[in-house]
Write a protein that binds this ligand. Structure first.
Ligand code: 2PG
Ligand code: MG
Length: 427
């Protein structure tokens, strides 16, 4: 499975922001292609996404240097390497870069090669990527958070909270799940229309909310669930990504819509009151990435009845996840390939989470593409949850479609994870 050729090019994500695409060809002719996704609400502790920074070209966002690094440094180093040895290959990439945060060659450069090599090795082995990475045990289809509202930096901060999604809990399979999600998504649209509110979508395919206060999103979701003929809590649960780092400053949480400046204690109280009032099964980044104490506080308060997901907090970084486990901060981790920069480190982050009973949620990014690697990572690791976005835009729907394909491939071997996945929060 020797790598024969590595080709890289600048392509464009769903915001038309430049990004890295890599092709890896093996001696046998087996071929792998991957595109690196990109975030907007980027965590401070993420590996570096190398951009050229020339404001006259794509507003500084071109990735020509990363491409050059692949062609001139990474390719010569990996040509002749056995692509089936993913962990060794990734170790080589990490050492070649030589910095803790992949700042020299760029995590986007490294990840593109890492993922494309994985695809090439899978093709050579004649198996799909999830099987190549996860073996025969990889057969849990992910339940996707169906995003209804975008917010935060994905909608020019039209509301403070970054996203609201639903999880149909009683669906027996992915098709049924998506059908219920679709019905509620469309009902939400009907209601927005009736209220004279915009029905356009934010960066991740959820609706772009124009609301007077953050809780209005929750109220509307409750109405939409009922109007679509479902029972909140019994049948449908809600997830939120607060992305609290984006409104945390000087030790306070600043809710612009409410004009409130809250201490971690007050903010945790407010989140708890929402969990009391609404069927919220999951809160992501409820506290800011540097506010470990806030995280501990929130976890102690509601961690037994709500999944608390560290995204900016953990940045798919084994050491940060371990720190969270030690401190009792969060009880789940968001997993994004480009936060850490290689396939192997991504899989390691999932493992560390699972070993500590922290549920992993594999996520797309707000700047995503036709690449479906995140879906394969979810299946490969039996994570059970995926965060692809709302029910518009191909960069979102392609993830749902990939789940459909994998489901068909697995046939009756496929495991459908809900509602068991959340049993510990539903007692
Ligand atoms: C997040 C992600 C995906 P972004 O915060 O969870 O929803 O957003 O890719 O912009 O960081
Ligand atoms: Mg997030």
């Amino acid at each position: 499975m020797k790598i024969k050729q590595v080709k890289a090019r600048q392509v464009y994500d769903c915001r038309c922001t430049p990004t890295v695409e890599v092709d890896v060809t093996l001696d046998s002719g087996a071929f792998g292609r991957a595109i690196v996704a990109s975030g907007a609400s980027t965590g401070k502790f993420e590996a570096l996404e190398l951009r050229d920074g020339d404001p006259s070209r794509f507003r500084g966002k071109t990735v020509y240097q990363a491409i050059k690094n692949i062609e001139q440094e990474i390719a010569p180093a990996v040509i002749g390497f056995d692509a089936s040895r993913q962990a060794d290959l990734d170790q080589l990439l990490i050492e070649l870069d030589g910095t803790p945060n992949k700042t020299r060659l760029g995590a986007n450069a490294l990840l593109g090669v890492s993922m494309a090599a994985a695809y090439a090795a899978a093709q050579e082995a004649g198996v799909p990527l999830y099987r190549h990475l996860g073996g025969a045990e990889a057969r849990t289809l992910p339940a996707s958070w169906v995003q209804l509202f975008n917010g935060g930096v994905h909608t020019e901060r039209s509301i403070d909270i970054q996203d609201f999604s639903i999880i149909p809990m009683n669906a027996r399979n992915h098709d049924e799940y998506l059908e219920i999600g679709y019905e509620i998504f469309q009902t939400t649209k009907d209601m927005l229309r009736e209220l004279g509110k915009p029905v356009g979508s934010g960066d991740e395919g959820g609706f772009w909310p124009i609301f007077d206060y953050n809780e209005e999103a929750l109220e509307l979701i409750m109405q939409a669930i009922r109007r679509a003929g479902f029972k909140p809590r019994e049948e449908i649960m809600i997830t939120m990504d607060v992305a609290a780092s984006s409104f945390f400053a000087d030790g306070k949480y600043h809710l612009e819509l409410e004009d409130k400046h809250l201490s971690a204690q007050e903010w945790a109280q407010m989140l708890e009151s929402w969990v009391d009032k609404y069927p919220i099964i999951s809160i992501e980044d409820g506290m800011a990435e540097e506010d470990w104490q806030g995280w501990e506080l929130l976890t102690a308060r509601i961690g037994d009845r709500c999944q608390l997901v560290g995204d900016d907090l953990f940045t798919t970084n084994v050491e940060r996840i371990q720190e969270g486990i030690r401190r009792g901060a969060a009880n789940a981790s968001l997993i994004k390939l480009n936060q850490i920069g290689t396939v192997t480190e991504t899989l390691a982050a999932v493992k560390v989470s699972q070993n500590a009973n922290y549920l992993p949620v594999v996520s797309a990014r707000s700047g995503d593409t036709e690449d479906n690697t995140c879906v394969h990572i979810a299946v490969a690791t039996n994570s059970g949850q995926l965060k692809p976005g709302g029910l518009t835009r191909t960069c979102r729907i392609n993830k749902y479609n990939e789940v459909v394909r994998i489901g068909q491939e697995l046939g009756d071997k496929a495991i459908w994870p809900i509602p068991d996945l959340f049993a510990r929060f539903l007692k």
